[in-house]
Design a protein around this ligand. Structure first.
Ligand SMILES: NC(=O)c1ccc[n+]([C@@H]2O[C@H](COP(=O)([O-])OP(=O)(O)OC[C@H]3O[C@@H](n4cnc5c(N)ncnc54)[C@H](OP(=O)(O)O)[C@@H]3O)[C@@H](O)[C@H]2O)c1
Length: 314
């Protein structure tokens, strides 16, 4: 397994298992199988609604805790400082753990505390720098209390991360963002490198299983892009392996979701694929700053959120 070195000296396994949309009744089996075949990094979140099943697999694995990297995420309705530690403790309890390796602010989007998913614009509260710093400070307290080893961001622009870098006391360890050949995140990648942060890519295979309302008409396919198909055929591997091998070859971490034993194995093996420079160049040319998950589901009528103020034009 390749690792991403973080500024604390910790090593995060480059390839992890995604668990979003991993169905109840399937996810414990998938995590158990993943750990059995060599995965050591699992990406979780309270909002995925399955952390207790991930916890069943963690409780049963013979793999020592110190060899595992477990990430979870603070949901948007628990960003008020008083709600941060209880939210983290809920995830720890569900996962059956004493500490997390990484806890991320899931979105730079705030929801009223009683709302899990917004039904109207009034369920959403505008994002401010002051609010972000208060959330961050509560997360820093969780690090000091030993409940989590690293804290970081998810779906944050560089502009929003910079506020935490400038005014926080603990550096964000990881930026988790959508990343694949259509959204290569070259600026974010360089920014993270320059600031000693790791970068993790979600939706590396195009997230085709995301909910229907998050699909856009005519969106491009990744696994069936002709260049990816041709490369996979030439190298005697699969399109998914090309996408994951590309991610790890450029020094990023990646968290494909699968609950299928054969695809779990295929995805893990892809972390060892070394793509030639010429093949990396073919994939470089595919960048078109295209987001499969652009956050437009936060833009209900009357919501303070827009594509511009979530992504800051990046
Ligand atoms: N921070 C965030 O806001 C955020 C957002 C989205 C996702 N994430 C994290 O990132 C993880 C990955 O992203 P994602 O789940 O959206 O999508 P993804 O990993 O890009 O795609 C998952 C889909 O690809 C299929 N698949 C897996 N391996 C395959 C292979 N080798 N060949 C063909 N198809 C394959 C899966 O089906 P099977 O299960 O049937 O194999 C599933 O339908 C999530 O699970 C979650 O942990 C984070």
């Amino acid at each position: 397994m390749k690792y991403i070195m973080l500024h604390t000296g910790a090593k995060m396994p480059a390839l992890g298992l995604g668990t979003w949309q991993a169905a109840k009744g399937e996810v414990a089996r998938a995590v158990t199988e993943a750990l059995r075949i060599g995965y050591r990094h699992v990406d979780c979140a309270h909002v995925y609604g399955n952390e207790n099943e991930v916890g069943e697999a963690l409780a049963a694995t013979p793999v020592p805790r110190r060899e595992l990297w477990i990430t979870s995420k603070l949901w948007n309705n628990s960003q008020c400082p008083k709600d941060v530690r209880p939210a983290l403790e809920r995830s720890l309890e569900a996962l059956g753990l004493d500490y997390l390796d990484l806890y991320l602010i899931h979105w730079p989007v705030q929801l009223s505390h009683t709302v899990m998913y917004p039904q109207s614009g009034s369920d959403l509260i505008a994002w401010t720098e002051e609010h972000a710093l208060e959330t961050w400070s509560a997360l820093e307290d969780c690090v000091r209390a030993g409940l989590v080893r690293h804290i970081g961001t998810s779906n944050f622009s560089m502009k929003k991360i910079q506020v935490l870098l400038d005014k926080g006391s603990i550096l964000p360890a990881v930026s988790q963002v959508e990343m694949h050949p259509y959204l290569q995140q070259n600026k974010m990648r360089a920014y993270c490198q320059a600031n000693g942060m790791g970068i993790t890519g979600f939706a590396p295979l195009g997230s085709k299983h995301r909910p229907a309302h998050q699909h856009k008409e005519g969106e491009p396919g990744l696994l069936n892009h002709p260049d990816i198909l041709a490369m996979a055929e030439r190298l005697g591997t699969t399109p998914a392996s090309i996408l994951l091998g590309w991610a790890v070859s450029r020094g990023t971490s990646v968290i494909p979701k699968s609950t299928n034993p054969e695809r779990l194995r295929q995805n893990l093996a892809a972390a060892d694929l070394e793509l030639a420079e010429a093949d990396m160049a073919i994939i470089s040319a595919m960048d078109m700053s295209y987001r499969f998950l652009d956050g437009s589901h936060w833009m209900l009528k009357g919501s303070p959120y827009t594509l511009e103020n979530i992504w800051d034009g990046e």
